[in-house]
Structure formats: C-alpha cells, structure tokens
Design a binder for this molecule. Structure first.
Ligand code: AMP
Length: 567
C-alpha cells in the first residue's frame, strides 16, 4: 500500500511519494508542483481548489477562502456563498484534491498519508489536521513536524553521518525555528520555538499598509474586492523586490489610478520590527537546546518567504554565515514528508531514521498556593511537562486537597510559558471526586502523556480510592466529534468538486474574469472577445477546436497580464 506525504501549507500545499528510490513531488492536474491552499465555490455550487480558486480570490472574495491554516483547530467559520466551513473542512478539500492528483499520477487508490504540521502547532491544531485527513478519506496516523521533515530531506541529501541543523522556516503564516541533530541514524529534535502569527503575509501587509497610508486611506473604506486587489498588488511587489531592486504598486480606483514606488532599502527599513520578532525564537531555540551558534553545521532556510533577500541577509548576519539552499525552500518539507511516508511503508531502499521530537510548549495545570491565614492565591501555573522535553513523554505529579471536606478536585490543563494560567491557553478541564477529609489529606495523581504526534492525554486518579479518569482532554476547540466527522464526511462528499480533467479550461476562464476586473477599456474588449470565442468552442465540445481556442485565449491573457504589470 502506498502512503503519500503531504505538506499542507498556509499558502501552497504539495504532495509527494517515494518512487524509484527517491521522494518525488507529484504535479497537480495543471502540471504544477505547488497547489495554492485556496478553496472557492463556483456559480454551480461546485468546489474548486488551487489555482482556479486563487484566481477567484479577486473576482469572488465572498465565495473564496485562503490562509485558513492559521485558524486550524478553532471554530472560526468561513462563509463561501451559502456554505459555511471550518478551517479543517477547507483543508479537507485541499487534501482531497492532492489525493486525487496522487491517485491520477500513481494510477491507484490512496488511503493513507503522512501530513506535516508546524512544529509549533498545538494539540487542537494537530487534531484538526488529522480530522481534515479523515474528512478527505485519508488515514493519518502520523503527523510530522515541518522542520523535522526539512532536516530529513537535507540529512538524506548530505549523507553526513553527523550534523547539527538549524531550520529557519518562514512560511506564509507561521514561523518555526528548530534545532535538530542527526547522529547515528537518529534525528533528534533538540528544541523548537516559533511564532504562530508571523509569516510572509505580514511582509505583504507592510506593503499594503504603506500604500494605504501614502494615499491617506483606511482599509475599512475599501470594498472587499479592492482590498483583495491591493493585497495582490502588495504580494506582487514583495515578490518583485525579491529579484529586482525596486517596484511600483498600482491600483485602479473609480476616480483613477493610485500608485507608490518602493525600493529594497525602504522595504528593509519597514521590515525591521518583523525581523526583530524573528530573532527572538532563534535565540530561545539555541538557549533551550544548549547549542552555540558556532556548533551548528548547517542553517537551512525553508518556506516561501525565505526567498526574500531581506531574510537571506538577515539570517546571514545573524548566523555569521550563508544559509544552505541546495533544496528548493518550497519543496524541502514535502520531500521530507515523502521520505517519512516511505519509511512508514518500510521501503527496503530506505534505512529508517529514528525520529525523536520534543513537546514545543510547556504543559501544566492550575494550582492555588497558600498565603497563610486561610488565604490562597489561585490561578498559578504548575508545569508538568516542560517545553522542549523529548517525546513521547509521560510525567506524573501529585496534588492535595486545599480545603476541609473537599469532595472533588478540578484539574485544568494549560499550555504556555506564563506564571499565571490566565495568560496561557486552556486545553481542557476535568474533575475527579475524592473522599471528604481534612485539607491536604486527600491526593490525586495527574499524569500527562504526550505522544509522538503531539497529542496530549491527561489521566487523573484518586490515590485513596484508585478511581481513575483516563481523560481524553475535553478540548476547548470546537472541532468536530467523531460522529460529526462521519456526518460531515457524507455532507462534503455530496458537495460536487469540479472535475480534475476540465480544470485547465476552468482556470483560463477564472483568470479571464480576474483580468477583466483588473483592466479597463480596450483591454477589456480584447478579453471579452477572446473569452466569448472560447466559451462558444466549449459549448460545441470539439476537443481539437477547444484546445486551439484555449491557446489563443491564453496568449491574449498573458499579454494583458504583462501589460498590467508594466503599466
Ligand atoms: P509557504 O507557506 O512556505 O508556501 O510560503 C508562502 C509565503 O512565501 C507567502 O507569504 C509568499 O508571499 C512568500 N513567497 C513566495 N515566493 C516569494 C518570493 N519570490 N519573494 C518573496 N516572498 C515569497
């Protein structure tokens, strides 16, 4: 049975598989290695995913969702026309599409995947990722941290027996730093740190904000479509600054065109606060791993946003050496997760690398401390598993009753680094009964078990009665229960997904619509003419003629795109 590897990214997703002794990225129906993590509902109520959906971000923002990975594990619902989807359901559509691509490429049904997640993803986010797999009809027994995946990809590439890596992973929406050591076939994660709310999109945001402030405009004044168009321009400008020295952002308004020019020096200046935020997790990861900068053998940049020269020079300065870049920053994670999937399949041509991982944040419970005279200070965080402890790990701590004749003890579980629980994230609550007795005489044992997939189980037992609550944490997340998943699976199955075979034509039409909205006057006429001709051929269903007309339309759209870029 073939297991695929999936890099479910904020901006783009990739699918890989072990073929002829190597991890290969599988192209999607349009022949591309990256599938944009965008989902849209079209006028027929069909789901479109990837490139076509990305085109619709501008033309149909109310029916299109992107960047939903940031909200995995939360109850934030995305409205797409008349549908409402949770982030895990939107992710399921992406996974389904990648599964279909893999099936078409490999010529067989695929039912299992290893999916990568940011090292910093918490329990709720990881569970949501697994549920997304289930909703897509994929068994997901193994989640793999993205930096570990990248290190595996590099580790196999370099074939050095011993290496200490620092993985600097700046994606669209998240930032992860990990320190790993490969030693005697064991890939050990030494530490991880990061920021779940920092990524390439924040750099795009800088340019969008600059545009608005330059023209003394507020984002709230703009329609959804104009906001999307502004974001797109900012994104194009950011990418242009990765290769050129300056660029002009142009946006069409009803009362005319507004623009702003920016060069790299200005962008670097603007980016300083974000760069400062990048430095902190790097320092923390080094400190937690007790590794000095000079001991690192390789600095590896991963994630699309590391293509920005400002990141290359920032990391160069920070580490005092140039980062490695022999693998494509967009593909390293997918290659690694493909290798891991193959290891899970136990491929003979692949020696298993034993993975150790760490728990990325401290897990603990809430306690009260006596202040004397019957007074207590409550809400104090008591760590049970400290951050960067190697997993799997199981730790137990004993707690006593606080007041006379107390009949129950509430055990809350928090994740975070603050001394006070109110500043940490509440993961779950549990209560266990204890026999009445004077204060301090009844005890409970609280055991936290954190497994290799980053899933936490809490077990609480009364020392005297032996009563146990083997607690699957009642998570605060409002994700789906098992029954709901089964139910929702059926519902999602019933929603039609646009057929893979016709995606190319669909993409042309979506792109035509977007360019029509972005252009004016004569260009619009040219687009309309070409699209009408193409739609006419589509109706007649003569494949040869459709192909010819599609090529013509593509040439027209390429020209318009080029015209808009230069303008
Ligand atoms: P990922 O989540 O790894 O796919 O990274 C996506 C992020 O990389 C997005 O914020 C993109 O804007 C950014 N990105 C992709 N290509 C470039 C580029 N050439 N220059 C700057 N940023 C880029």
């Amino acid at each position: 049975m073939t297991i695929i590897g999936i890099d479910l990214g904020t901006t783009n997703s990739l699918v890989s598989c072990w073929i002829n002794g190597e991890s290969v990225i599988i192209p999607n129906a349009l022949g591309n290695r990256l599938t944009p993590s965008v989902v849209s509902v079209d006028e027929n109520g069909e789901i479109v995913v990837g490139e076509v959906a990305k085109e619709r971000l501008i033309t149909h923002p109310g029916k299109t969702a992107s960047v939903f990975k940031r909200y995995m594990g939360t109850s934030k619902a995305f409205s797409l026309g008349t549908y409402r989807f949770l982030p895990e359901e939107l992710s399921a559509f992406i996974l389904k599409s990648l599964k279909a691509d893999a099936e078409a490429y490999l010529g067989k049904e695929i039912t299992e995947a290893v999916i990568s997640v940011p090292a910093y993803f918490n329990d709720a986010q990881r569970r949501a990722t697994k549920r997304a797999g289930q909703l897509a009809g994929l068994k997901v027994e193994r989640l793999l941290s993205e930096p570990t995946a990248a290190a595996i990809a590099y580790g196999l590439h370099q074939q050095e027996p011993e290496t200490k890596f620092l993985i600097f992973d700046l994606g669209g929406g998240t930032f992860d730093v990990s320190i790993l050591e490969l030693f005697d076939g064991i890939m050990e994660v030494k530490s991880v740190a990061g920021d779940n709310f920092l990524g390439g999109e924040d750099f795009t945001g800088l340019l969008a904000s600059l545009f608005l402030s330059h023209h003394q405009m507020e984002q709230s004044e703009l329609s959804g479509k104009v906001q999307m168009a502004l974001w797109k321009q900012a994104e194009l400008c950011k990418q242009a600054l990765s290769t050129g020295r300056d660029c002009t952002m142009t946006l069409q308004f009803e009362d005319g065109v507004k623009e702003i020019s920016i060069d790299r020096a200005r962008f670097e200046q603007l980016a300083k606060p974000l760069l400062a935020r990048l430095q902190k997790p790097v320092e923390r990861a080094l400190r937690d791993a007790a590794v000095k900068l000079g001991e690192l053998d390789a600095i590896i940049l991963v994630g699309g946003a590391t293509r920005m020269p400002v990141i290359f020079s920032f990391t160069g300065k920070l580490f005092g050496r140039l980062p490695a870049n022999s693998l494509h920053p967009d593909e390293a994670v997918a290659i690694g997760v493909g290798i891991q999937a193959a290891m899970k399949e136990r491929h003979e041509d692949l020696e298993e690398i034993i993975l150790t991982d760490v728990c990325p944040y401290t897990l603990g419970t809430s306690i009260s401390k006596s202040l004397g005279n019957g007074r207590y200070e409550s809400g104090i965080f008591d760590p049970i598993i400290e951050r960067n402890t190697v997993v799997p790990v199981s730790r137990v701590r004993r707690y006593n009753t606080l007041i006379d004749n107390q009949t129950a003890i509430a055990v809350d579980t928090y994740q975070g680094e603050s001394r006070l629980v109110e500043n940490n994230i509440l993961l779950g609550e549990l209560t266990i009964n204890v026999p009445p007795a004077p204060a301090g005489l009844q005890s409970i044992d609280v055991r936290y078990t954190y497994d290799i997939n980053g899933i936490l189980e809490v077990e609480v037992s009364s020392v005297e009665t032996g009563e146990k609550k083997v607690a699957i944490i009642q998570e605060k997340e409002t994700g789906l229960s098992l029954e709901e998943i089964a139910e929702r699976f059926k519902e999602l199955e019933a929603i039609k997904v646009h057929p893979r075979e016709r995606l190319e034509n669909r993409l042309l039409l979506a792109r035509g619509e977007r360019l029509y909205e972005e252009s004016l006057a004569e260009q619009r006429q040219v687009i309309v003419d070409a699209m009408v001709r193409f739609e006419d051929k589509l109706k007649k269903q003569d494949m040869r003629e459709i192909k010819q007309e599609a090529e013509k339309l593509k040439r027209v759209l390429d020209q318009i795109e080029e015209f808009l870029r230069l303008w």
